[in-house]
Write a protein that binds this ligand. Structure first.
Ligand SMILES: NC(=O)c1ccc[n+]([C@@H]2O[C@H](COP(=O)([O-])OP(=O)(O)OC[C@H]3O[C@@H](n4cnc5c(N)ncnc54)[C@H](O)[C@@H]3O)[C@@H](O)[C@H]2O)c1
Length: 315
């Protein structure tokens, strides 16, 4: 058994799926995994007790460096402002595998320091951009590679709300994963920037060029609904990621010598329920890193993405 520690029993740590059968939290996914023995810690002791009782886990009263050294795998699910302190500690302890919630930090200098600590540490570090760990998205990445052998990537459109760093970073990370190219924009033009939800994280709209692809990002400011959609256009194909990523829809246009043909939905390869129980594959990935059956983490790419986005909102 591997010893796991969950720090932070809030929404993503333990509360999102408290009343449902879904597996959308770290605590539930660890508890279901046959190779983890879980301990939890939260500064809110009433909440800690409630979660420990429900999932029958051990608890820690306080978190010292010695106690951190005991664990093979640590999930950091506390507010973003606390990530730097916890990440610095676990990287210095060489904790084998760390699973940190996104974003890494809202402060550029903290990320620079963490990259240095990471390069000196033996820790593997996953940042929980959870779509990249899901089987349907791993399959989509292969399908996109196939399409790219036949067609050019031409346009990408992202629609999101509630904070550029908070939400749009999920879209950028997913594109980075699916297309296999680092996010590195040119010809950036910011068209709208509204601090509608977070003081330090505006909802921002922009257009730019990404390795020759026209990218358009609409940050839906001042809306009172949740929305996350990405359309990826090739010459004859559109992949539409809808419902926060639950649906992956393929549409294709037939080739014609005479006229451009309309896109037709391809129900055969389109998929629904792509995020069902999304924390199970994330915790499984942490387990596979621990036992050495996979070796890649996504810490440095997440740090670079995070810093690039912070630079964009600064200007
Ligand atoms: N991957 C995703 O899709 C996703 C979804 C939601 C939240 N998040 C990220 O997860 C993190 C937490 O968000 P949340 O919505 O779960 O927050 P939350 O406020 O619901 O929960 C945070 C928990 O951490 C505890 N806490 C606060 N400071 C602490 C400390 N120093 N040590 C130990 N415990 C402490 C709080 O008591 C609370 O229970 C944020 O970074 C957020 O961006 C990611």
């Amino acid at each position: 058994m591997y010893k796991a520690l969950l720090i932070g029993c809030g929404n993503i740590g333990a509360l999102y799926d408290l009343e449902s059968e879904d597996v959308h939290t770290h605590v539930k996914a660890y508890s279901m995994h046959p190779h983890f023995e879980l301990t939890i810690f939260d500064v809110n002791k009433d909440l800690q007790e409630k979660i420990a009782t429900k999932y029958v886990t051990k608890t820690l009263n306080e978190l010292t460096e010695d106690s951190l050294k005991y664990f093979d795998c640590i999930s950091i699910c506390t507010p973003t402002s606390t990530h730097f302190e916890y990440l610095s500690k676990v990287l210095k302890c060489n904790t084998k595998v760390v699973l940190c919630e996104k974003p890494v930090s809202n402060i550029i200098d903290e990320i620079t320091q963490l990259k240095t600590l990471y390069n000196q540490s033996h820790s593997k570090l996953l940042v929980n951009y959870m779509r990249r760990f899901q089987p349907d998205y791993i399959e989509l990445k292969k399908q996109i590679l196939g399409i790219l052998n036949e067609e050019q990537l031409t346009n990408i459109s992202i629609r999101y709300q509630r904070g550029f760093i908070n939400n749009c970073s999920h879209a950028f990370d997913l594109l980075q994963f699916l297309i296999n190219k680092d996010i590195d924009f040119t010809n950036v033009s910011i068209t709208n920037k509204v601090h509608d939800h977070f003081e330090i994280d505006p909802t921002l709209s922009m257009s730019c060029d990404w390795h020759g692809t026209n990218l358009s990002i609409t940050g839906l400011s001042n809306v009172r609904f949740s929305l996350f959609e990405i359309d990826i256009y090739f010459e004859h194909t559109r992949i539409s990621i809808q419902n926060a990523g639950k649906s992956i829809l393929f549409s294709r246009a037939n080739l014609s010598e005479q006229f451009l043909q309309p896109l037709m939905l391809d129900n055969e390869i389109s998929k629904e329920n792509c995020l069902k129980n999304y924390m199970i594959p994330v915790i499984e990935n942490a387990y596979q890193l621990l036992c050495g059956s996979v070796s890649n983490d996504n810490f440095l790419s997440s740090c670079n993405l995070n810093q690039m986005m912070l630079n964009l909102i600064k200007n």
